[in-house]
Design a protein around this ligand. Structure first.
Ligand SMILES: [Zn+2]
Length: 121
């Protein structure tokens, strides 16, 4: 998925929840398997968010490590690069436990200090 498409989705979600209020801060939760380049994402967010309540909002990204779990032995491990083989059992069924997240965790808006809301997942 390209950063530009992700940016459009983020801005749409944030603006919906902002309900017209000015957004000052956006927190995103992004799994490492998404392989999102933060600088690129910020670049596109600035473009897509221009002239919307998102304009000028600061961005925070929560980086979620990629954790796999083996179906056979429940072994869990973190990966830096996509390599889906259990170190104990070898090739077999594994599940991605975390690492595919891509969500707006919360936003902060002007005027109401406690208005930070969590977007539906
Ligand atoms: Zn295993």
């Amino acid at each position: 998925m390209h950063e530009f498409d992700l940016s459009s989705a983020i801005v749409a979600t944030v603006n919906k929840h902002a309900e017209g209020r000015r957004v000052t801060h956006v927190t995103l939760r992004i799994g490492r398997l998404r392989q999102v380049v933060k600088d690129t994402l910020e670049f596109y967010l600035a473009i897509v968010g221009k002239d919307t309540p998102c304009e000028g909002a600061t961005l925070e990204i929560i980086d979620v490590p990629a954790v796999l779990v083996c179906d056979t032995c429940q072994n869990e491990w973190q990966i830096e690069i996509p390599a889906f083989i259990c170190g104990t059992c070898g090739p077999g069924a594994v599940e991605v436990k975390t690492g595919e997240e891509f969500m707006v965790e919360s936003i902060e808006v002007e005027d109401e200090e406690d208005a930070a809301c969590t977007a539906p997942r």
